[in-house]
Design a protein around this ligand. Sequence first.
Ligand code: NDP
Length: 437
Amino acid sequence: KKRNPGQPEFVQAVQEVAEDIYDFIEDKEHYHSEQILRRIAEPDRIISFRVCWEDDNGNVRVQRGYRVQNNNAIGPYKGGIRFHPSVTESVLKFLAFEQTFKNALTGLPMGGGKGGANFNPKGKSDREVMRFCQSFMTELYRHVGADVDVPAGDIGVGGREIGYMFGQYKRITNQFTGVLTGKGLEYGGSLIRPEATGYGAVYFLLNMLKTRGEDLVGKTAVISGSGNVATHAAEKIVQSGGKVLTLSDSQGFIHDPDGITQEKIDWVKAHKTKRRGRIQDYVSEYKGATFTAGKTPWGVPCDVALPCATQNELLGDDARLLVKNGCKAVSEGANMPTDLEGVHVFKDARILYAPGKAANAGGVAVSGLEMSQNSERRSWKEAELQQLLLDIMEGIHTSCLTYGGVAGEPGYTDYVRGANIAGFKKVADAMLAYGVV
Ligand code: NDP
């Protein structure tokens, strides 16, 4: 806290990891004496810059852009770009720190980074978003590159924004390289990248349920968010035989007791991306559903829960309510959606609980596969990519089992601890090999 004043999200993320690996580091004297965790928790560099652009009315607007390059011990920096008014250096530092462990868990050669700006794309015209993205990349381009740092999408950054940024990078550098992932299929994107995070979170959930001899058939799911991750998680729950009861956005949640079917999910996707609408409009479209303003959906009884919106959206009391209502498993599509108190509630209740750095790693994994395809100048087939995603999620689950065992409790896995130690170990061993750098 003293080293990072005014950065609560970053301190929270480091504290969570430190809690888990403390014993492990104490056991392993060389990690401790070489200050490996402290080194990972001090970003390699933070680039912070002005982004100046002109709105449709001719007004000059000024925003702050960032790229946090946290650690490149095992590969080029990699992680998304977020455009949201809540973006601060603390939020991006926490995301870049978490990303370092997540990327290590995928087994692919990717370091950790994250970037963004306090720009709010909501209510902006396409051309305003384009001018902002171009201005953002006009500074960022000198700090990124296919073998240096490969950004991707995140909250507020989807296919449209990636297209504008990639176009600007290509224009400035006169190079067509895999500098961003999440690109359109016409210009180097990978099949299943949009689906990968949400699908991956459900694959992870299925792997966890399997350890207790269960699956998703007939189970009810409560999901927050209605963006890329939430809608694809909902889709895979439905495909796996489950029933999705809720979705949400920053204004509230909808509850559809009849279940949010594939057709309804398609409507939400179009409404949120093409029409840039609000989730509350769902209740005018589908009778029987209700909208609750200003609340998260955790009070709706369910078998499984998938927080897929943003950080700290599921607090201690929400976690207690979920457990009380019989929730058996939680798989985090978002990054750090559960606060530390909530994490402890899930752990104490011994429910199946997968932290974002394990459960939502499918997105960055397929981004890694997009990088490989770009390097090869080829596009792999969908079936091949689907299988790789399944295999990678299973591999991450196995790593969590390997390191997440709890003494005296055969059959119980602390997935948070497992993910933290497995991710840490890979990065730490690479750092040890490099000496004091
Ligand atoms: P989107 O922008 O597509 O969707 C974000 C969703 O979360 C929207 O429904 C949005 O509501 C809601 N939301 C955003 N901020 C808040 C807030 N402060 N309070 C309540 N709701 C909020 O983003 P993604 O689906 O891509 O990302 C969601 C989460 O998943 C993030 O934590 C992200 O870091 C994580 N993630 C994403 C990956 C990806 O591949 N896209 C990969 C791994 C993790 P509204 O429309 O009202 O803003």
